[in-house]
Design a protein around this ligand. Structure first.
Ligand code: FES
Length: 257
């Protein structure tokens, strides 16, 4: 860690901070990097994503005929690749363009800037006014698609409590429920959602429903960073748990009534 700190100090431009400002970007690189590597592997491999009645959230909705457990087989047998590839663009676009993640990965990966009062590693700064960063402005549309995916994830959770026609609760059911609650909280706390429910108005006078929705969105938004990190970690953990069950490494503790 001393070596890391030294390296950071050598590469950074002059500043007067002497605290451990570099810890946050280093942790973000490790957590975000691990998640990206794992999710690329899990999404491309195309196996061990279903263990009855659990479907990995990285594969939901399962849209191709080659799915082990198709949700909506819209894509025919000509699709031979992993079913996750068909849907990964939507949650990925939502996360990549998220205002909070942008702050995090600009700091951690681009050092732009790495921390408050620490100069940007680059000399030029164009903000998000040029391609490819101009695409970040599509976040509000990514929100709509990601929210639509939540409908399928909630449906998967209902199925996760159905054990051959009998109601039951397994560790997988609980993980899948926690996952969809956290993902819903992540979407509901989105900055763009605040604007969708409360924007375009000069006044909330006579708009009590929109005011209540906007107030709720504001309260959730204050914890957006927590929603972002917990949902990221739990979605990866849920896939890993189902994967290990499917591979026979773990046994699912469950009560079936
Ligand atoms: S700002 Fe983070 S999901 Fe919209």
């Amino acid at each position: 860690m001393v070596a890391t700190a030294t390296a950071v100090k050598v590469r950074s431009r002059p500043h007067e901070r002497s605290d451990l400002w570099w810890v946050e970007p280093v942790v973000i690189v490790m957590v975000l990097g691990a998640f990206v590597l794992y999710s690329v592997y899990a999404g491309v491999v195309g196996t061990n994503y279903y263990y009855e009645p659990y479907l990995s959230p990285l594969y939901s909705p399962c849209l191709s005929a080659n799915c082990v457990h198709p949700t909506l087989p819209l894509i025919g047998t000509y699709w031979n690749l992993s079913p996750a590839i068909l849907i990964v663009a939507f949650p990925l676009a939502f996360r990549v363009t998220c205002y909070y993640y942008r702050r995090s990965y600009y700091r951690a990966f681009f050092w732009s800037p790495p921390a408050c009062a620490v100069p940007d590693a680059r000399t030029g700064y164009a903000g998000e006014t040029r391609f490819p960063f101009l695409i970040q402005n599509l976040h509000r549309y990514a929100l709509i698609f990601a929210t639509a995916l939540l409908i399928f994830l909630w449906w998967d959770v209902l199925l996760a409590f159905n054990f051959n026609g009998r109601f039951g609760i397994g560790l997988g059911s609980i993980l899948m429920l926690a996952n969809v609650i956290l993902l819903s909280g992540y979407s509901a706390s989105c900055h763009s959602l605040r604007y969708l429910v409360g924007g375009y108005l000069d006044s909330f006078h006579g708009k009590s429903l929109r005011f209540r929705l906007w107030s709720l969105a504001n309260r959730l938004n204050a914890r957006h960073a927590r929603w972002a990190w917990t949902s990221l970690i739990v979605v990866g953990s849920t896939d890993l748990y189902i994967r290990l069950l499917s591979m026979g490494v773990l046994t699912d503790p469950r009560i079936v009534f």
